[in-house]
Design a protein around this ligand. Structure first.
Ligand code: A2P
Length: 331
């Protein structure tokens, strides 16, 4: 098995390395790629130093079985043919191809079988907030069809990559030292703030991030479900949280939902108000599952249920989901 990581120096790229290190996948050769910024630098993998190669239009991907790509949509669009032309399967973390008809969009707990039909050799990894939400929604969908969802997200700095996390650390330090905080990656100062704006504004004053949650959820779940989202950046380092309201065809009681979440693949139920047990990003960062808690009846909708879910955006929201797609294909 020959595997490549494109964007190895990035937040998701680094997580690919960590996850592959621990999974029982036989890897004969691992190739790392980046831009001029990281080409030539080395990373350790299973005891060996691997030098990052410059991503170029050449035959470097010949013989590579899978390429895990996380170097931005522009890079994926520019290089997908170079990466796939010799039969390499590209599992792409960017939003470049997610909604294209001949590209499957996959969350293994929900639609693993879709990954087997990838005519262009590209499988798209969904948006991070969508991944964690559909893992939870699919559990309820099996009980009763979900008609609509309202969701507010609380997305961490890690969603903006390694530079996003560095900016939050830097802003906190600057504020403590009485300096003006440096703002580069986010629209405004993120430290001591929340920013109701992720990705660019698009149709009807929704952001692209919010529209991804609408469109990608329908594609992954093969459903007419409607998702109305407000996506918010919060000064949390890592792991996204979501407050979700679901309307189902028949009412689902909190007890029934708890039982289903407790049994579900990829989900950890963490819901005991009496003991102040509920998921929080501080304690979820670095972990694999989607944590679900605060399950209640919706007071404003007889067919409604509301819950809170938290997951590490770099793991299940990105790198882990991509590796799980790869593993499902190997199986
Ligand atoms: P590099 O550091 O060499 O520029 P993050 O999401 O954390 O910001 O990381 C983005 C990743 O995408 C980095 O590893 C970066 O590599 C990589 N990248 C960005 N542009 C390119 C490109 N044109 N070719 C290859 N890798 C790229």
């Amino acid at each position: 098995m020959k595997i490549a990581i494109v964007g190895a120096s990035g937040a998701v790229g680094q997580e690919f390395l960590k996850i592959l290190e621990t999974r029982p996948i036989q890897i004969d050769e691992l190739l790392l790629f980046g831009s001029e910024r990281s080409a030539g630098s080395t990373y350790k993998f299973r005891g060996k130093d691997i030098t990052v190669k410059l991503l170029q239009h050449n035959d470097d991907f010949k013989g590579v079985d899978f390429a895990l790509t996380s170097a931005g949509g522009g890079t994926s669009k520019e290089y997908w043919q170079t990466i796939t032309k010799h039969g390499t399967i590209m599992i792409d973390n960017s939003s470049a191809f997610r909604m294209e008809e001949d590209v499957p969009l996959v969350v293994p707990e929900v639609n693993a079988a879709d990954a087997r039909n990838a005519p262009r050799g590209i499988i798209a990894n969904p948006n991070c907030t969508t991944i964690q939400m559909v893992v939870a929604l699919q559990v309820l969908e099996r009980l009763s069809h979900i008609r609509r969802v309202h969701v507010s997200t609380y997305q961490s700095a890690s969603g903006a990559g390694a530079q996003g996390m560095a900016e939050l650390v830097e802003q906190n330090r600057e504020l403590v030292e009485g300096q003006e905080p440096t703002v580069r990656k986010f629209a405004y100062q993120l430290a001591y703030n929340v920013i109701p704006h992720i990705d660019v504004f698009a149709d009807d004053d929704y952001t692209k991030e919010e529209l991804k949650m609408f469109n990608e959820t329908r594609k992954i779940m093969h459903s007419d479900i409607r998702v109305s989202a407000t996506c918010v950046r919060v000064p949390v380092m890592r792991a996204h949280s979501e407050s979700v309201w679901v309307e189902t065809e028949r009412p689902i009681s909190p007890e029934e939902a708890r039982e289903a979440f407790a049994r579900a693949e990829g989900v950890v139920l963490c819901d005991n108000p009496a003991e102040q047990k509920y998921p929080m990003p501080l304690f979820v960062a670095g972990n694999d599952p989607v944590y679900v808690g605060r399950i209640r009846k919706d007071l404003a909708n007889d067919n409604g249920l509301t819950f809170w879910c938290v997951s590490d955006q770099i793991r299940k929201g990105a790198a882990l989901n991509a590796v799980q797609i790869l593993e499902s294909l190997i199986q």
